[in-house]
Design a protein around this ligand. Structure first.
Ligand code: URA
Length: 242
């Protein structure tokens, strides 16, 4: 085991023998049915290694984050309902397929969540996107809702809630409360993030047992400033400004 509770595992390609495979720290396990951690493949671990590295420059940080975001969106979409849909191929045969049923929208928690919008647009053409701004109130130190702009018919949509770093869960919990107050059923919300803390996952999974979380990695924990460790630092700063 690596420090904390993050397990170390071999992650090399299947065609390599066990003694040739490199080892890497992979995500902690989760004990909640509504939390889905992406498969800890060599590609994912290599992408996460790029964005966790403090020496990775901004252009590379954006590029590799976008690749992980794409994986998260594709996995998130797998949790939406589908119906049977047969199609005829150019050689005249029928293929028994599937078709997505329903309407979706993205909701980003500003500002870091906005970094995930393009990944959603790349998979879902002309998808509607709402925004929520939650910041810590200086007087109470509690999260406070400053702004929201959501599609009017959001109650009829499946919502992909976007925030790359799932630390204490305070902002995400408030964002879900806002969505629920607009009529979105809890089980129509999917929360997508790149790195989660065990504390955030536990808070969320117990408070919203019917909502699904899709994350690339559950880290060791939080430091005294509520940064995820080992984490990657401030996602918004690294994506937008540094
Ligand atoms: N937000 C970040 O950008 N990083 C963390 O580690 C926690 C919250």
């Amino acid at each position: 085991m690596a420090p904390g509770n993050a397990p170390t595992q071999t992650v090399g390609p299947v065609f390599k023998s066990l003694d040739e495979k490199p080892t890497a720290t992979v995500s902690s396990e989760v004990g909640y049915d509504n939390v889905r951690v992406l498969p800890q493949t060599p590609q994912l671990i290599a992408l996460l290694s790029m964005i966790r590295n403090k020496d990775t420059e901004r252009a590379d940080f954006i590029f590799y984050s976008n690749r992980i975001i794409r994986l998260l969106v594709e996995e998130g979409l797998n949790h939406l309902p589908v119906i049977e849909h047969d199609v005829v191929t150019p050689v005249g045969r029928t293929y028994n397929g599937l078709m997505f049923q329903g309407k979706i929208c993205g909701v980003s928690i500003m500002r870091a969540g906005e970094a995930m919008e393009q990944g959603l647009r790349d998979c879902c053409r002309s998808v509607r996107i709402g925004k929520i701004l939650i910041q810590r109130d200086d007087e109470t130190a509690q999260p406070k809702l400053f702004y929201d702009k959501l599609p009017e018919d959001i109650a009829q949509r499946w919502v992909l809630l976007l925030d790359p770093m799932f630390a204490t869960g305070g902002s995400a919990i408030m964002a879900v409360e806002v969505l629920k107050s607009r009529g979105v059923p809890e089980d129509h919300i999917l929360f997508l993030n790149l790195i989660a803390s065990p504390e955030g996952v536990k808070n969320f999974a117990t408070k919203f047992p019917r909502l699904k979380v899709v994350t690339a990695f559950i880290d060791e924990g939080l430091d005294e400033k509520n940064y995820i460790v080992p984490g990657l630092g401030d996602f918004g700063d690294r994506f937008y400004t540094i």
